[in-house]
Design a protein around this ligand. Structure first.
Ligand SMILES: Cc1cc2nc3c(=O)[nH]c(=O)nc-3n(C[C@H](O)[C@H](O)[C@H](O)COP(=O)(O)OP(=O)(O)OC[C@H]3O[C@@H](n4cnc5c(N)ncnc54)[C@H](O)[C@@H]3O)c2cc1C
Ligand code: FES
Length: 259
């Protein structure tokens, strides 16, 4: 059930690069599905700038607490950094109706930058279920590896291949560099991807070359988050129609969506 509640801030701090971690006490959301997201109101009630809520993946659930990793770009995320421990944040969640399918024997999770937050809860779920998977996590520079400590804390480093474009940490290169070989090693695998559009396009191209299933968790400008404003649509090439990322998504079959 989607709830619109105020939740208490437990932690809100800068991690690295432009990424912050927001932790709220929200026991009502502890069964939020892996891959779901939230619309977070960054401003105070009664103040109308910035007007709209901002969308963030529910990155982790730790007991009664919900975690968001957010990159700071504009007014909304800047306002969010001002929230202090004990403040209340209004959050509409859990949102989305289509998540990563869970019936493949193996997964390769490909996260670009803070896009890993769209995969992290799914990674935990696969890990708990004992399902084999590999995480590929890529950024430009070391300081953008804001979810590295999350991977460490959750015992997922031995399942992760880390890339930096400048070689300042892990392997030097792009997330797709070893992807074809990795797929060859696991022919039954499916790809689950979240990150910048260019990266997702590159991963979809590799998936198509290898005839491998690929599922994308899409990010799109969202005003309502619940299917009403039609502001977040993407083209479904199979239906030759538009679908709402917030409502028909956020996860889509990469073979059927025009990026
Ligand atoms: C389903 C979903 C899940 C998401 N999950 C996350 C998440 O877990 N963590 C996270 O950090 N973000 C996530 N996003 C993206 C996030 O919603 C936006 O980054 C956020 O709304 C930006 O708000 P703002 O107030 O900072 O920027 P705005 O005021 O909206 O924009 C200010 C400027 O920044 C640019 N900008 C805004 N967002 C981005 C971006 N993502 N990349 C590059 N430039 C941008 C705009 O084009 C504009 O020029 C998600 C989006 C969706 C739809
Ligand atoms: S954000 Fe309004 S329809 Fe998707």
């Amino acid at each position: 059930m989607v709830l619109d509640n105020e939740y208490k801030v437990v932690e809100n701090r800068h991690i690295s690069g432009i990424t912050w971690l927001l932790k709220v006490e929200a026991p009502q959301l502890k069964n939020a599905p892996a891959g779901s997201f939230a619309m977070v109101l960054p401003r105070e009630e009664g103040v109308y700038d910035p007007l709209n809520r901002r969308a963030f993946a529910i990155a982790d659930i730790q007991g009664d607490n919900i975690l968001f990793f957010y990159d700071v770009y504009g007014k909304g995320t800047q306002a969010l950094t001002k929230k202090k421990v004990g403040d209340k944040v209004k959050i509409l969640a859990p949102l989305g109706n289509n998540f990563f399918p869970e019936d493949y024997p193996h997964y390769i999770l490909v996260g670009g930058g803070v896009g890993l937050a769209g995969l992290s809860l799914f990674a935990k779920k696969l890990n708990k279920a004992g399902k084999p998977f590999t995480i590929i996590y890529g950024v430009r520079r070391k300081e953008q590896l804001s979810m590295l400590s999350w991977l460490e804390e959750n015992g997922l480093m031995d399942k992760s291949i880390i890339y930096t474009e400048d070689g300042s940490y892990g392997k030097k290169g792009l997330v797709i560099d070893d992807l074809p070989q990795l797929i060859d090693q696991h022919p039954e695998t499916a790809l689950a991807v979240c990150g910048p559009k260019g990266m997702m396009k590159a991963v979809v191209n590799v998936a198509k070359e290898k005839n491998t299933p690929v599922y994308l968790s899409l990010e799109s400008k969202m005003a309502c988050g619940i299917g009403i404003c039609i502001g977040c649509v993407v083209k479904d090439t199979e239906k030759d129609n538009y679908v709402r990322v917030c409502y028909e998504g956020p996860v889509f079959d990469g073979y059927k969506i025009q990026l």
